[in-house]
Design a protein around this ligand. Structure first.
Ligand code: UD1
Length: 358
């Protein structure tokens, strides 16, 4: 069997690493070719991550870089097509909801190559989010849909997708977290930064709705105010850094850093007193780790993290950051259970399904 895996952005390296490992182990005689689109290209956003995750060196680098959504998607499609002609795969495996995912699915489906979509069925019901469009297209045109939470089934059925295409396998991002747990628990990144485990807030923000428009200055002001209550550690995504530099504002009290490696980041996440984010993956990781997460968005495509009791939607409203200390004080801190099948074995289930179809 010939399989092509397509990755391009930081979260998708994390979601795909265990799938490649499990399928290589299950189908050792097969061809397993890795394509990196290059949507994320900074060393800290890409190479460091791939090394830590033990992802093999990509066989094909498309180097698409940044650009408008149309330009990025078109460039990826144009450069991926000859690779798929050369590799002639039986299956293309692609995770998530980023522009690389959209481009991959469109290219493969038009060439008649079946696609397996990992992390299928998530919906925010917010079409202004670029990822929502990407998710709908990916699920509509993929033959094998790998789901990680129950609500995905209803979302897909509502779009007319038949049950035969759906496979509830669990969460491959959590597979990676489980595989790295011993290492990140030993990393001690909080103490190295000079903050007390359990006593600081970890912040990540990168979505256009928050960082590209007028909400960013107030968000930064609110973070500075929060830092008066508890240390605020903020590894800054390149998109956010560019926007913050253009603000020319002071950020007293904020511990700003470059994007971190995954082990360092997970270490900080596991030891945080609270997490403030607009990321999807971090809502899931905090749910698994039982860390209180505050999500600065109006909606989430991951309601399972709210049901689990770890995640609170603050709304797309920087003023809500001020409520975090009181919410933490009032919080029920009894331990929560991770959702079903978030157990470190999702990729093995995927490999079993793909291999048994050969
Ligand atoms: C993308 C995904 C988002 C995902 C996020 C994870 C889409 C539509 N968005 O958002 O779903 O949550 O990745 O990080 O695919 N840049 C660099 N170096 C890099 C990468 C980006 O400087 O290595 C800068 C560029 O100026 C670029 C901007 O950051 O224009 C945004 O990058 P882009 O890939 O468009 O989207 P993300 O915001 O990273």
């Amino acid at each position: 069997m010939r399989i092509v895996y397509v990755i391009g952005t930081r979260p998708n390296f994390v979601k795909t690493a265990p799938v490649i490992g499990a399928l290589r182990a299950r189908l050792p005689e097969g061809r397993h070719a890795l394509v990196h689109t290059g949507q994320h290209y900074d060393r800290l956003m890409s190479e460091v991550f791939l090394e830590e995750l033990g992802v093999p060196v990509p066989d094909h680098l498309l180097e698409v870089g940044s650009g408008s959504h149309a330009a990025m998607t078109a460039r990826t499609m144009e450069r991926l097509e000859p690779v798929l002609i050369e590799e002639s795969p039986d299956l293309v495996v692609v995770p998530g909801d980023v522009n690389s995912t959209l481009a991959t699915v469109l290219t493969a489906v038009k060439m008649g190559i079946p696609v397996a979509h990992v992390e299928s069925g998530l919906r925010s019901f917010d079409m202004t989010m670029p990822e929502e469009v990407n998710r709908i297209v990916a699920d509509r045109f993929s033959e094998l849909l790998f789901l990680h939470s129950e609500e995905a089934v209803g979302n897909l059925r509502a779009e007319g997708i038949p049950d035969e295409r759906m496979h509830m396998v669990g969460n491959t991002m959590i597979d990676t977290l489980v595989a790295l747990e011993e290492r990140f628990r030993a990393a001690g990144s909080a103490r190295r930064l000079g903050v007390e485990p359990g006593a600081y807030a970890l912040v990540t923000l990168h979505r256009p709705a928050l960082v590209d428009g007028p909400l960013l200055p107030e968000t930064v002001a609110q973070l500075v105010a929060l830092a008066a209550e508890m240390p605020v550690v903020f590894p800054v995504h390149p998109r956010t850094r560019k926007m913050m530099e253009s603000l020319d504002a002071d950020h007293p009290g904020l511990l700003l850093s470059e994007p971190l490696g995954y082990l360092d980041f997970l270490s900080l996440l596991a030891d945080a007193g609270a997490v403030l984010t607009d990321s999807g993956g971090i809502q899931e990781e905090t749910t698994y780790l039982g860390i209180p997460c505050f999500t600065l968005r109006d909606n989430t495509e991951r309601p399972v993290t709210i049901d689990a009791g770890t995640n609170t939607l603050l709304g797309l409203d920087p003023a809500a950051i001020a409520a975090i200390p009181a919410a933490l004080a009032a919080r029920d801190s009894s331990p929560s259970e991770p959702p079903p099948l978030w157990d470190g074995h999702a990729a093995e289930r995927i490999a079993e399904i793909i291999a048994s179809g050969t």
